[in-house]
Design a protein around this ligand. Sequence first.
Ligand code: PLP
Length: 285
Amino acid sequence: MSRIAYVNGRYLPLAAAGVSIQDRAFQFGDGVYEVCLVREGRLIDEARHLARLERSLAALRIAAPLGESALRVILREVVARNRVSDGLVYLQVSRGAARRDHAFPSAGVRPGLVVTAKSLDPRAGEESAAKGVAVITLPDERWAHPDIKSLQLLPNVLAKQAARQAGAFEAWFVDRNGFVTEGSSTNAWIVGPAGVLITRQADQAILRGVTRTTLLDIVASEGLALEERPFSLAEAYGAREAFLSSATAIATPVISIDGRGIGSGRPGPVARGLRAKFAAAAAQS
Ligand code: PLP
């Protein structure tokens, strides 16, 4: 079955889908995006993803391409047309196509909207969560606004590639003060020696992950001890557990950082428990 993309008002076979070479996403990375998990054909945490999209657009002063209800229809349509039961739906909004000039184009230029979807085998995620994954660390050399989910992902791309080349799943960024900020496409968590969950507060230095927010709801409802604060790389090395979160990774245990085993060297109970609770909540949503 050929895959279908939504591009600026039309549903097209992926191979025939394209945007103008003057599109500002192509020219400048001038746009924003979202990735939403699909489970049994349902969009998980959709409202939170759409709320964050609105915040990202506002931060970059890009007009919404469509109203929220129209966007929801398109997301569902792309999922259905691609027959995605388990996978993800991706959407990106660019500032539109215009003659190349760094400054914003005139108000008449309409934002561009692209939506795609792909299937992912949920067993692969379960397997890597059951085994646990390796993480490396790198200096955080990103711009000052990783809190905006913009298309400009070059440092993240380079970091993920460095992780792959090191045989690791993810790279965690470390700021100038020695504190972990987040991963190249995931948020970072540890469980300290006293059993307290620690994750950085959602300040300007990290993306406020939707999965992070949903996991924090679970943490609160379970009454788990939590500190939202920066944690150092030294604390991470000495943690009882570590894990990462994102829409597609959910909560995935980290068993080594920079080649050092974390805790028992096996996925820990807190990460496994949060992953199970997330799956249960997603199944009921
Ligand atoms: N941090 C970064 C830099 C990301 O790119 C992502 C997801 O793409 C996340 C964190 C996790 O966010 P979410 O849970 O919304 O997928």
